[in-house]
Design a binder for this molecule. Structure first.
Ligand code: SF4
Length: 505
């Protein structure tokens, strides 16, 4: 039942700053929905809002430092009666709740974001009222006020694993899955608003539905989506933990064109003993079988993985095992992170020698250089082929003489939002359209393309490419902060990397 918002709330504006990963982004979308339901309006800048919410990331020390600095900046600039709320993962970490700067008016953990309406009302002296969104706690289903070409849908939250380096289980608790009908409702709402790509996310997406008693929950959910939402062209999965459950999922993916042949399987390492001390699946032969199965079943499958180097006790030989595995498997996209010791995790208690930071950095650079060559070769082989691209944004490209022209920025089926490459196409194509383009140029990450039968006058200059890419990310990410921290493969070897250890799975 839709209720009339309180009169005072109708005049108030809110602004949300989202830090961290795609799962946080979804929670921010949910808070946005609940506050609009209460009659508040969204402000595009914090100085225009009576309520400012920072949805923090607490996964790593660097992320927590960024959260604190953003809050301090907002506190320093706040005016009048503006209230500031710290939400998200950082307050959920008992050790760090006290690090949230003084002056914040309310703290809301990542498991409480759906209470935002009453929290804001309470700060303005209003009585609590029933949620108007049919609230179901952390997994509340909601309709986005604005939907773009691509949207993340969180199908579960929390994690039942205990990887030794990871703080997520202590932040989020055990996995809780959203019921299939609620996932479908959210997807139908998005598609009705014009969204073309749904990216299903969770901490451990392959285990979707296990807590609901579903044996093969994710394959079942995928079949429901394909059947119930036949006008959805792209469905992408992220964060597939290496598990035999992947086999059935791949079989279902092979049957439906809308299920993109894209497998994001973070393996973290390839040495059995390192994996054991990480408390990860250590049977690398099983991981090979999963990869082989995906390659056999899914025509042109694109493989992404993430790796950790410099884990405690990692020897030169163990690193070499990982390096050889990357050389052998030739993944399409690889994120390499240096280990970050996080208080409260098992890894910091291990009686193993720490790897000096300089060596960890050298190992990261070595794998990145290796992967850049692999990725460049794969991208170069795409030149002259036709790809389907989803247009995310329009920007402006500038040549060396200072002439500008519009340029469309999109992604092919092989590119997940934010973490993979982009496709640049001269001309202004409709944002949200799916177009067939011919690849005309390739770098290690990005591609250049043109509508079939046309050729670009020139490839955009490097500066223009960066500007356009940033514009595309801003458009996709709304107020999300820079994704640089979670895509280190975008930095050349030897350049500083702001963060370490990947976010999840
Ligand atoms: S790394 Fe992923 S699978 Fe492991 S505990 Fe963290 S969230 Fe769970």
């Amino acid at each position: 039942m839709v209720q009339s918002p309180p009169a005072a709330a109708a005049t108030r504006a809110f602004h949300i700053v989202t830090l961290g990963c795609s799962k946080n982004r979804v929670d921010s979308d949910g808070m946005d929905h609940l506050l609009r339901q209460r009659g508040l309006t969204a402000a595009s800048r914090p100085e225009e809002a009576e309520v400012v919410i920072v949805n923090t990331c607490g996964f790593l020390g660097a992320a927590r430092a960024e959260s604190v600095s953003v809050i301090e900046e907002l506190l320093a600039g706040r005016t009048g009666d503006q209230v500031l709320i710290a939400a998200g993962c950082m307050p959920a970490l008992g050790n760090y709740a006290n690090d949230i700067p003084a002056g914040v008016d309310h703290v809301l953990t990542t498991r409480e974001w759906y209470k935002i309406g009453d929290v804001v009302g309470g700060l303005f002296g209003e009585a609590p009222e029933p949620e108007v969104a049919g609230c179901q706690g952390m997994l509340t289903t909601f309709t986005r006020a604005e939907a773009g070409p691509s949207a993340y849908v969180k199908v579960a939250d929390g994690c039942d694993h205990n990887c030794a380096f990871c703080t997520i289980p202590s932040i989020k608790g055990r996995q809780v899955s959203k019921r299939p009908l609620h996932v479908l409702q959210e997807i139908v709402d998005l598609v009705n608003q014009g969204t073309k790509e749904i990216v299903l996310v969770a901490q451990d997406t392959i285990r979707y539905g296990a807590d609901l008693g579903m044996k093969h929950g994710l394959p079942q959910l995928l079949e429901m989506i394909v059947e119930q939402v036949p006008n959805l062209p792209w469905v992408r999965l992220l964060y597939i933990y290496p598990s035999p459950l992947t086999l059935r999922m791949v079989d279902v993916m092979a049957e439906h064109d809308a299920l993109l042949p894209y497998l994001d399987m973070p393996i973290q390492h390839a040495d059995r003993d390192v994996l054991r001390t990480m408390n990860r699946p250590s049977d690398i032969a099983m991981t090979r079988r999963l990869i082989d199965h995906a390659r056999a079943k899914l025509d042109g499958v694109v493989m992404r993985t993430t790796l950790i180097v410099g884990y405690p006790g990692e020897t030169d030989e163990q690193f070499q095992t990982l390096y050889d595995f990357v050389a052998e498997q030739k993944f399409d996209h690889v994120g390499v992170f240096t280990y970050s010791p996080e208080p409260g995790t098992k890894a910091v208690t291990l009686d193993l020698a720490a790897v000096p930071a300089g060596i960890a950095e050298e190992r990261r650079n070595a794998i990145m250089e290796l992967q850049q060559g692999i990725s460049l070769g794969k991208n170069q082989r795409l030149v002259g082929t036709t790809l389907q691209v989803l247009v995310d944004a329009i920007g402006e490209a500038e040549d060396d003489a200072g002439n500008t022209e519009p340029i469309s920025v999109g992604r092919a089926r092989r590119h997940a939002p934010e973490v993979d490459g982009l496709v640049f196409i001269p001309g202004a194509l409709a944002v949200g359209s799916l177009v067939e383009v011919e690849v005309t140029g390739a770098g290690p990450y990005d591609l250049w393309a043109a509508a079939p039968g046309t050729m670009p006058k020139h490839a955009p200059a490097a500066k223009a490419r960066r500007d356009v890419a940033a514009a595309a990310r801003r458009r996709r990410g709304g107020e999300a902060r820079s994704p640089r921290a979670t895509r280190p493969e975008r930095h050349g070897p030897g350049r500083p990397v702001p963060m370490a250890t990947p976010a999840g799975t």
